[in-house]
Design a protein around this ligand. Sequence first.
Ligand SMILES: C[S@@+](CC[C@H](N)C(=O)[O-])C[C@H]1O[C@@H](n2cnc3c(N)ncnc32)[C@H](O)[C@@H]1O
Length: 259
Amino acid sequence: MKYDPKKVKSRYDEIADEEDRQEKKPTLRTEIPREFIKKYIKKTDVVLDAGGGTGINAIMMAKKAKHVTLIDISTEIVNHAIKNVKNAKLSNKVDILEGDISNLKQFKNEQFSFVVCVGDAISYVLENRFKAMKELVRVAKKNSIMVIGCDSKYGFMRQYLKDGDLKEAISINKSHETYCGMGPRTHVYAIDEMKQLLEKNGCEVLEIASTPTITDTVDKKKFYEPKKWAKLKKLELEICTKPELLGIGNHLLFIAKKK
Ligand SMILES: C[S@@+](CC[C@H](N)C(=O)[O-])C[C@H]1O[C@@H](n2cnc3c(N)ncnc32)[C@H](O)[C@@H]1O
């Protein structure tokens, strides 16, 4: 299917309230990437949060770094981000703009020192993923850390098979494409594919994680008691980079450095 930015925008406009709730809820899909961001971000960093959603990551990063610019394709998502950042009293440290990661013309070459694109915008741009990666790398300074999250091909196939949908699993295996839950059409990546995309654009991959791995299939409500949740997260952080588990969860996370 061809990438249609209007469709992605209108889908996220429709589900913006639910997205805002999801980003604030305990979920390892967002919390594991946040731990990797905390591991790499520096006080002096000027950050781009591309496909940044309702601003929860931007708020966390603004507390640690010099400045954050959030860009997102959806007007309603951007409105939530403005409200959340204002409530966190961080409007002076976070700029929020509407825009598409496959065309970052509003930014100069090497404007940022830390580039984050987690939560799968790089999957939703479908065939524009080559353009989008080029843009994300273009706006990063040399030696910048790039944190890129995408949907996982084998994780999605496992999920469809778990739900009994063999036809869709076979189709994903051939096409690398499917629908993403309540979200838009998505390009699902195998590990080598994303690694090559980063390397072709002059980045060195430092770490790869599945976010999360085996706990993607657990009934998370059983773990919501805070002490249990902390233990589950600690377990995930211990295992999420194990090569034998990569790709099993629905999401992949790549930490790379622009050479
Ligand atoms: C699943 S949410 C993730 C939000 C946040 N980054 C996180 O990890 O919690 C995906 C976000 O990407 C945005 N998005 C999707 N396609 C995009 C594109 N082409 N350019 C910019 N933002 C995009 C959506 O509007 C949505 O806010």
